[in-house]
Design a binder for this molecule. Sequence first.
Ligand code: SF4
Ligand code: MG
Length: 330
Amino acid sequence: KTAAASVRELRVGYRTPDGPLWAVDGVNFDIAPGESLGLVGESGCGKSTLGRALMQLMPPGGATYGSVSIGGEELIGASARRLRQRRGEDISLIFQEPMTRLNPLMRISDHFVEMIRTHKPRTSKKQARAMARAALSQMGVPPTRADHYPHEFSGGMRQRVMIALGIVLRPNLLVADEPTTSLDVIVESQILDILDDLRGKEGAGLLLITHNLGIVAETCDRVAVMYAGKIVEIGPVDQIFTDPKHPYTRGLLASTISLDTTELHSIPGYPPNLLDPPPGCRFAARCPYVMDRCRDAEPVLTEANAGQQVACYLYPGAGAEVPADITPPS
Ligand code: SF4
Ligand code: MG
């Protein structure tokens, strides 16, 4: 079966007055149809940039390298026309604040008609409206509300509308970037249930970008932990939450458990300046287990457990042998 998404050696760079900056620096992962991958990490780690790179939605001056294949078709290097076509049809991005993505002067149904007919020009307006009503009711929005304007909806209802817009063309991959951050807890859990339901029923892959590990634990099959532009650990959620390997993952999990906060502040120190990253492990300056070799060369992702990969010299295979006097954290 074709992967919903297959990402290889993805790099996203910006030219700055101080030189090139790699916001995403050599990332690899797959998402199977119907699978959800959570992407976590501190703000600025590159997770939103990665999400946008999957859609080839880059801010001016940004460039992507490597491979992003969605439903078996390469996106990097595709023409602007082809990209427009595939956004919405094969890949949909669901944002944090839906209000900014809806035109306040257009009825909800007209957003659907425009979107559907851009991608499927031969769909009649009548057909498009019927598709809109079906997608809305699938999201728990009464179809009668299709004729309302965006401001007539609550935040939670607007997010449902956005998701309905995102799925109406049955994309292979949904990318949701902090989709519930501005919502209250009850609405949040409803939205998460909807996303969960969707990938089950529609077989869409889901990349869920969030700083909230609780949401990942509830919603995702696998999780990727990002630090300073790189994935430092990736694997099944139950495995990583019960047996995290990377010192950064361990710090993240400890901070969430002890502080019950949505921000990840409790690991002392800061990520490196990406304009001048250190030559070795990017977590070295904050790592309680740092060794000399960590500062010399970068550790690479290596299998630590079935399906669980970690980039850290504490584990055999990450580029060199574990020294005898080091006991990996257990
Ligand atoms: Fe810490 Fe070294 Fe592992 Fe990096 S490679 S996380 S510095 S032990
Ligand atoms: Mg972000």
